[in-house]
Design a protein around this ligand. Structure first.
Ligand SMILES: [Mn+2]
Length: 342
């Protein structure tokens, strides 16, 4: 794996900046921060681009924005792995741990076949050792492990991070970092700034840097939205429990995760009708031994595209246009009450 990283880097145009493009969650941002710091130490400074709601490197709009930055090479972090060409000319390396879709055409370091499956930030931390001394960046890898709920997956790095930084500090920082992108604004900027400036998890939470305040406000906003959504009970049909609500906050994964703990025999779908105009975003989780990616593929409505049904076997979801959502829930046996609200 380390060789694949060095080989990819050797193929980058050294006269142009490297562009690090990441998912906006704690794992993606931590992976970006690890590689940003490690590349800087190695004398190869990089630029950062965090992708937000509805943005994918495989979409034409996002690709045009990345192409305009004329990078010497691109690393895609925690953004999935798909088939089909990428929309820029620079050599590209994917570092990721989601189940790939199709047969990808770019260089990739992917953890999805490993057991246990590492997070993208842990993969990035392993890669960083090829560039420089990176031991002090372990806290960033640990934040990604906590953020992606891989804390108890059995990684020695997590045990070491617990000893070094304390699990409470890591959990508090990880949760705060996720709050920004979950808030209505979806702004991951403060979170990334704290990871780049900080030297440990307490630098995220202490208030030493001004960006912490924005994340605390975001956390309150998300908690209030979650409180409202918690009052909505699930509707169950044929082994699927559906919770539908409307919020500008990205709380559907949290709602699905909460109900997953209570509904042991169902597939849980949490649907958010108010997250992004013109779309229904939903999260799927289950406590059962079911491959959710396969389940969604089997029930895909006609209009489902690359926004639907990728991620992890036990944690997936997607976005559908309202008409496709309606076809999807009808196919699962639900009535008109679970369709997109008119
Ligand atoms: Mn991840």
């Amino acid at each position: 794996m380390r060789t694949a990283f060095s080989e990819a880097l050797d193929g980058f145009d050294a006269s142009r900046p490297i562009l690090l493009v990441s998912h906006n969650d704690t794992d993606g941002l931590s992976a970006l921060a690890i590689l940003s710091k490690a590349l800087e130490r190695a004398g190869r400074p990089a630029e950062a681009q965090v992708l937000g709601r509805g943005e994918s490197p495989w979409s034409a709009d996002t690709a045009a924005r990345l192409r305009a930055r004329e990078p010497g090479g691109v690393m895609l972090l925690d953004l999935g792995l798909r088939d089909g060409p990428i929309g820029w000319n620079a050599p590209t390396l994917v570092i990721d741990h989601h189940v790939p879709r199709g047969s990808p055409t770019v260089a990739a370091i992917t953890g999805w076949r490993m057991d246990p499956i590492p997070t993208t930030s842990l993969l990035a931390w392993w890669c960083a050792h090829e560039l420089t001394e990176a031991d002090d960046l372990l806290w960033l890898a640990a934040l990604g492990l906590v953020g992606d709920m891989a804390e108890d997956a059995g990684f020695a790095e997590m045990a070491e991070a617990r000893r070094r930084y304390g699990v409470t500090a890591l959990r508090q920082a990880s949760s705060l970092l996720n709050a920004g992108r979950r808030s209505a604004s979806g702004d991951a900027g403060p979170a990334l700034a704290l990871l780049l400036k900080g030297a440990g998890p307490k630098d995220v939470t202490s208030g030493r840097f001004p960006e912490t305040e924005a994340l605390l406000a975001a956390k309150t906003e998300v908690a209030q939205a979650l409180d409202r959504a918690k009052r909505i009970g699930p509707v169950v049909r044929g082994g699927v429990a559906l919770i539908g609500f409307s919020s500008a906050c990205q709380i559907h994964p949290l709602v699905a995760q909460q109900w997953r703990g209570r509904l042991k025999n169902e597939i849980v779908l949490a649907a958010n009708f108010g997250f992004r105009p013109g779309w229904v975003h939903f999260a799927a989780r289950t406590a059962r031994d079911i491959d959710l990616i396969e389940f969604l593929a089997r029930h895909a409505p006609a209009g489902a595209d690359e926004n639907y049904g990728s991620g992890h076997v036990k944690a997936t979801g997607g976005a559908l246009r309202p008409a496709d959502w309606n076809a999807f829930v009808r196919g699962l046996g639900f009535g008109p009450e679970q369709e997109f609200p008119q």
